[in-house]
Design a protein around this ligand. Structure first.
Ligand code: NAP
Length: 290
């Protein structure tokens, strides 16, 4: 039976996820497919309720449904609850028959963005325990990044965001997850500890606005910091170019994209997909989209 997976979002535009997942199915010799499922907000509830009947093993969820989908699901993973967003739905108990009746399969909401974020750091052997990070932006992906950083024992967190209340809300949330975390009292406060890691979670610099950077023009980059941009189109943003020119190590967002996809694929199929194959497919799809 074909393993059906896909992506719920609106509008979907160009997504590299179908290419990435289809490549993983091929590489593992599995009969599977990943469909783009453009779903306007008013159709979300019906789409989610119909996933099992339509034969889906699971789907990814993207903008603008990551929060809205949560009350439509039967259960949430600990990560999805702590992050407050779902990017992966797993349709469980396919065909389970209880007392002669086929029961409705449970829908579980999970979040793999935090695992995707950690993958390139782990691959570099970057140990976050006791370290300090500076987060640029306080939106949806920032919450997954904060959760990931706290899972690895981050000690100090500074948040810079253009909407100070969002920075404060995220700081309060982070503190509730990890009471020992040190956070400057006020949002957007100057750095009191030189950060070991700087993460851009804003869309600044994303194609087609490639001349934008989230980094203040008059501020030198902290020496020795690893600079990580979640933006993956272009692969090397202006922010990363500036950081590299200042002597910092840099990490782009494409590896995170592939790794969050690989984690979702594993939740649906129980098989570890070849990450390099997914990364290469994502890259090829991006090049094709130019
Ligand atoms: P989001 O929820 O809309 O949050 C965006 C954040 O950036 C908010 O804090 C927002 O501030 C801030 N921001 C937006 N425009 C800004 C500007 N012009 N100047 C300063 N701050 C600005 O978006 P998201 O879902 O977190 O996604 C953010 C970026 O991460 C996107 O480019 C997305 O493609 C990328 N991403 C990559 C991956 C990956 O796998 N590599 C995964 C997830 C996201 P306000 O609150 O004031 O609006």
């Amino acid at each position: 039976m074909t393993i059906c997976t896909g992506l719920l979002g609106w509008p979907l535009g160009h997504s590299v996820s179908p290419a990435m997942h289809d490549a993983a199915f091929r590489a593992l010799g599995l009969d599977g497919r990943y469909d783009a499922l453009p779903t306007p907000p008013e159709a979300l509830a019906a789409a989610v309720a119909g996933l099992a009947a339509a034969g889906y093993r699971g789907v990814n969820v993207t903008i603008p449904h990551k929060q809205a989908v949560m009350p439509l699901l039967d259960e949430l993973s600990a990560a999805a609850q702590a992050i407050g967003a779902v990017n992966t739905i797993v349709v469980g108990n396919q065909g389970l028959t209880v007392l002669g009746r086929t029961v409705s399969p449970a829908l579980t909401g999970d979040n793999t963005d935090w695992l995707g974020f950690l993958h390139p750091l782990d691959a570099r052997g970057f140990d976050l325990a006791g370290k300090s990070a500076l987060l640029l932006g306080a939106g949806g992906s920032a919450r997954a990044v904060v959760y990931a950083l706290l899972q690895r024992g981050l000690a100090h967190l500074t948040i810079w965001a253009r909407t100070p209340t969002r920075a404060t809300d995220l700081a309060t949330h982070a503190q509730s997850l990890s009471p020992s975390l040190t956070i400057p009292q006020f949002p957007n406060s100057p750095l009191t500890i030189s950060p070991d890691l700087i993460v851009n979670t804003t869309p600044l610099g994303m194609w087609p606005h490639v001349d934008a950077s989230p980094w203040p023009a008059d501020l030198p980059f902290p020496a020795g910091a690893l600079v990580y941009d979640l933006v993956y189109r272009p692969q090397r943003t202006l922010f990363l170019q500036q950081a590299a020119a200042a002597g910092c190590a840099v990490q782009g967002g494409l590896e995170m994209l592939a790794a969050q996809g690989a984690a979702a694929f594993e939740l649906w199929t129980g098989q570890k997909p070849p990450l390099e194959v997914m990364l290469a497919a994502a890259l090829a799809a991006l090049v094709e989209a130019r």
